[in-house]
Design a protein around this ligand. Structure first.
Ligand code: PHE
Length: 343
């Protein structure tokens, strides 16, 4: 008799667990609750009712067995109440039409920056960040650009109103000053970031643009290290078949200084009317040089003991050249038709 009851209860339990698993709405859950626990004719109530018919000896064991089922059923109802919402929303109806999800991607300038950073990170450089709002000292004076030096006028500077000696940095070179002040050589960093110049926007100028500068300071560093470093960077970035040319240049913070050109990757100097090199066969992409001893001294580094090189490039300019983009402002207009071509 008791074995029969246990078998029956097991059957009810199995059926119940299957049923509750299918439930997807509150209404159905309520119906199921009634079916099992309603006082009038719920299945559990019926069991309890029949208990009265059982013999005195069997009654306690039968009662316990029914109670166990009752607890399982109650627990399961509580649990299902909690999980019902996620269960309903988690269900996917594959027959519905698809959503038009457009997947995001990083901006072309970020992509180029990441590529440049990766090349230098692979050669053991660290990335150093500074501040977009800088002191005139870090941006100019420490870099051997004293007041009234014509180079200050070349960098058309945004001054911060009401804050003396405070500007928006015109290049990321002040990051190098900060880094040299805080670290002892050997130093091997690149400093990427936004820079600001009061330029009227046109096809090749925007008042905000992106630079990456590099700095290496150690014992016995000479110009050939600079050449080797930049040549290998340029070949990794633009391709092995690209030639590199160093021309004498001038920057107050490097001596000697060199402008770096790469051979035109569009026409290789063969097209007199080439869109990007204008027939010269060369494209200017970098400024560089050996760090001026005065700059090292300004950062408490002994120029008798240490030497180093620095270089700087504009990310927008590199992107313009690499992809033959006609106007720098296109990077900032956020026209998806343009940007999605580089996703
Ligand atoms: N700071 C220079 C600029 O913005 C670039 C540069 C960096 C040149 C380092 C030489 C060495 O124009």
């Amino acid at each position: 008799m008791i074995d029969e009851l246990k078998k029956e209860i097991e059957k009810v339990k199995k059926g119940f667990l299957q049923e509750i698993d299918q439930i997807l709405s509150k209404e159905d859950l309520k119906k199921l609750r009634d079916k099992y626990t309603s006082r009038k004719n719920g299945i559990l109530t019926e069991f309890m009712h029949n208990l009265k018919k059982a013999s005195k000896e069997l009654r306690p064991i039968a009662g316990q067995t029914i109670n166990e089922l009752k607890l399982i059923i109650e627990d399961k109802f509580k649990e299902t109440e909690k999980t019902l919402i996620s269960k309903v929303y988690g269900r996917v109806d594959y027959s519905l039409p698809e959503f038009d999800f457009s997947v995001g991607y990083s901006h072309i300038l970020s992509n180029i920056l990441t590529k440049i950073e990766d090349i230098f990170l692979n050669s053991g450089y660290e990335i150093a960040y500074g501040f977009e709002v800088e002191s005139e000292y870090n941006n100019f004076t420490a870099l051997n650009i004293p007041e009234h030096h014509p180079a200050r006028d070349e960098h058309d500077t945004f001054f911060i109103k009401d804050f003396e000696n405070t500007i928006l940095r015109t290049h990321t070179s002040p990051v190098q000053i900060r880094y040299m002040n805080e670290h002892k050589p050997p130093i091997k960093i690149i400093s990427p970031g936004k820079v600001f110049r009061k330029d009227e926007p046109d096809a090749t100028h925007t008042p905000v643009f992106t630079q990456v500068e590099g700095l290496l300071i150690d014992k016995d560093i000479n110009f050939s290290h600079l050449k080797g470093t930049l040549e290998s960077f340029i070949k990794s970035f633009f391709g092995e078949n690209i030639n590199v040319r160093f021309r004498p240049g001038y920057f107050p913070f490097t001596e000697p200084s060199a402008e770096v050109d790469i051979s035109c990757f569009l026409c290789f100097g063969k097209d007199q009317d080439c869109k990007i090199c204008k027939g010269t066969g060369w494209l200017e992409i970098l400024g560089s040089g050996m760090v001026h001893p005065k700059v090292l001294l300004n950062c408490n580094i002994n120029p008798e003991e240490y030497s180093g090189f620095a270089f700087g490039m504009g990310v927008e300019r590199i992107a313009l050249l690499k992809y033959g983009i006609p106007d720098i402002r296109m990077f900032y207009e956020n026209d998806i038709r343009f940007l999605s071509q580089f996703g």
